[in-house]
Design a protein around this ligand. Structure first.
Ligand code: M6R
Length: 618
């Protein structure tokens, strides 16, 4: 996916667009570009690399920064390698029209061939250049205004898009449109200026009024006028909803931390508390979630719950499986959304599907939701980003309230997803009688302690850093856990892989002897979650097996542990809690460990290579 940041108004557009791109770099960062219009000329600057590389180029020539209209883009390559030419913005053949695009035009090749027969030639390998030329062709042959030409062109494309288009012959307007990729419009005072961006972060300090376009909608943004929104397919005018943004500037800045990831790890005590807020009512001995209460029969009568998600959210879903089955005795299946959507799954109207997604924009999860809905299932969403596509597509749902997560490696999204799933499992367990009231109340008491315990746990940072120093040069690592902590082992391995590029695998501890044990030698660090609950003795046996083969053990244990301490090379202690809640604690040292290893190796923690924060393509 890519980031779009645009401005039209009375201020210098360049700093607004560039700062906006920096905030959107989590969406893609392999190339960047900006278009400025100074009233006469369109100035284009594009380069392979990050927004900082783009800034360097523009610094060389002052005129590249002048103009009250600007459109910028930060890219995650799909069609065409990341290079200067393939970077956005793209211009039409005449040079009059300019576009920035997030998404994929699937039928671009057919359109391109047709345009070539009509005399068009192409500079880049991108689908986006095809789209802007299609718009130009429609505009030219039909004599339409830009808005109409965009609309007609879009009815001819298959795929996904968020676009912003500018015509230098009509420079007081920008046309934006969306299908499958998000786009927000910030409205300035008295409509004297407008901001366009992939999310609201680029304009949060300028306005709190925003319109989020729905799928298949386009907007005509004209200085001095109200934003006009139309349906692309039937041209019907729609009254846009202007939302008041709750996001604040400090939420999207590093606030003194070296990296967003570290800031977000440290935000977890507050994030978990925010997830509880208004939902967990210890005095009443109750969990209040209207999104569940309003559909309680669906959950209680469900044959099973199917959880769909990708990446870290899928790991949270696996923890959910243990929680729902343990607390509410409801059968659960956890599916990769990307597999689920294509394997003709058996779904009925007796199934409840829970879709988990931080961004709420993941293409595979969204497609899996649509499939489940089409087969009659009730779909419940657990999202972080308010108003995201998944939040809108699901029948009901709960926000995690983690606040913006900018580091590409998910941290607070994971723990708050688990928190929401725990609340739901407890609520359902109480509602269907699987949990006795004293057990339920005990869980609530223990849950309340979690934010403070996470805070306490964060004090082990320098101890974890020392361990990171010892193992930073490892080529391979294993992560082992059992029960509720098996998904945490998977998540620990994913965190290490994605930001340090060290190969790591997560396994259920008992599975080790069925294969991975062959990998163990004195060079293999093995991170084992061995809390004093559940399968402690069995995990201790697994640790013994590793020790006998000279593997290096780094164990996450409960405070006061004696047995593992004697065998392990290093231990990291977590505060005591009930087994079902341990994932909220055991995951913290593993996050810190990955963070420190990546920093020690000099990797780009917040923007690891090849990755994007949310994956809006297949
Ligand atoms: O926004 P989502 O939760 O749907 O994203 C799913 C995955 O792409 C995401 O969790 C990814 O695995 C992260 N980079 C993990 O840190």
């Amino acid at each position: 996916m890519c980031g779009i940041s645009a401005y039209i108004g009375y201020r210098e557009a360049y700093p607004i667009v560039i700062n906006g791109l920096k905030r959107l770099e989590y969406r893609g960062y392999d190339s960047a570009g900006v278009m400025l219009f100074d009233g006469t000329n369109v100035q284009l600057s594009k380069t392979k690399g990050k927004v900082s590389a783009l800034e360097k180029i523009t610094e060389e020539e002052e005129e590249r920064k002048v103009g009250n209209i600007g459109m910028g883009h930060t890219r995650w390559a799909t069609h065409g390698v990341p290079n200067d030419v393939n970077s956005h913005p793209h211009t039409s053949q005449s040079g009059d029209l300019v576009i920035v695009h997030n998404g994929i035009i699937e039928n671009y090749d057919t359109i391109k061939r047709e345009l070539i027969t009509r005399g068009y030639s192409f500079q880049s390998d991108t689908d986006t250049e095809v789209l802007i030329n299609l718009i130009e062709e429609v505009k030219k042959t039909e004599g339409f205004k830009l808005g109409k030409a965009v609309q007609i062109a879009l009815t001819n494309v298959v795929g996904a898009y968020a676009i912003s288009v500018f015509d230098k012959n009509n420079p007081n307007e920008i046309i934006v449109a969306r299908l499958g990729s998000p786009i927000a419009i910030g409205i300035g005072k008295e409509h004297k200026e407008f901001f366009v961006a992939s999310d609201a972060s680029p304009f949060v300090e300028y306005t709190k009024d925003a319109i989020y376009l729905e799928d298949e909608e386009m907007a005509i943004i004209k200085i001095g006028k109200h934003v006009k929104v139309r349906k692309i397919k039937n041209d019907k005018e729609v009254k846009p909803t202007i939302q008041k943004l709750k996001m604040s500037l400090d939420q999207i800045e590093k606030g003194g931390y070296d990296h967003f990831m570290l800031k977000e790890i440290h935000e977890q005590p507050k994030a978990i508390k925010d997830t509880f807020r208004g939902r967990m009512l210890p005095l009443e001995g109750e969990i209040k979630m209207s999104s569940i209460e309003d559909h309680l029969d669906k959950f209680l009568e469900a044959n099973r719950i199917i959880i769909i998600a990708c990446g870290t959210s899928w790991h949270a879903g696996l923890v959910g499986e243990y929680l729902f089955e343990d607390m509410a005795r409801i059968p659960v299946e956890v599916e990769y959304a990307s597999e689920f959507r294509y394997r003709n799954p058996i779904i009925t109207n007796k199934d409840v599907v829970i879709a988990i997604s931080q961004s709420g924009e993941t293409a595979d999860t969204l497609a899996a939701i649509k499939l489940a809905k089409s087969k009659g299932a009730f779909v419940y969403g657990v999202c972080n980003v308010v108003g995201s596509s998944i939040a809108r597509e699901t029948h009901s749902g709960a926000y995690t309230h983690a606040g913006p997560e900018i580091g590409v490696a998910s941290t607070k999204a994971f723990t708050t997803q688990i928190t929401v799933l725990t609340l739901i499992a407890l609520k359902l367990g109480r509602a269907n009688g699987s949990l006795a009231s004293h057990t339920f109340n005990d869980y609530i008491k223990k849950m309340q302690l979690i934010p403070r315990q996470v805070e306490e746990l964060l004090n082990i940072d320098s101890h974890v850093k020392d361990i990171a120093n010892v193992y930073k040069d490892a080529k391979n690592c294993l992560y082992l856990g059992r029960g509720f902590n098996f998904p945490v082992a998977l998540e620990g391995a994913l965190k290490l892989k994605e930001i340090s590029y060290i190969h790591a695998e997560g396994y259920p501890a008992a599975e080790m002897k069925h294969g991975p044990i062959a990998l163990i030698d004195e060079n293999m660090p093995i991170f084992v979650i061995a809390t004093n609950k559940g399968h402690y003795e069995k995990v201790v046996s697994n640790i013994q097996e590793i020790k006998s083969r000279a593997g290096k053990i780094i164990a996450v244990v409960t405070q006061g542990d004696v047995q593992v301490k004697e065998i392990a090379d290093h231990v990291i202690e977590i505060p005591d809690t009930v087994e079902a809640l341990t994932p909220l604690l055991t995951t913290i040292p593993l996050q810190l460990l990955s963070y420190h290893i990546a920093v020690l190796l000099g990797k780009n923690v917040d923007q690891p290579r090849n990755l994007a924060k949310s994956v809006t393509v297949e």
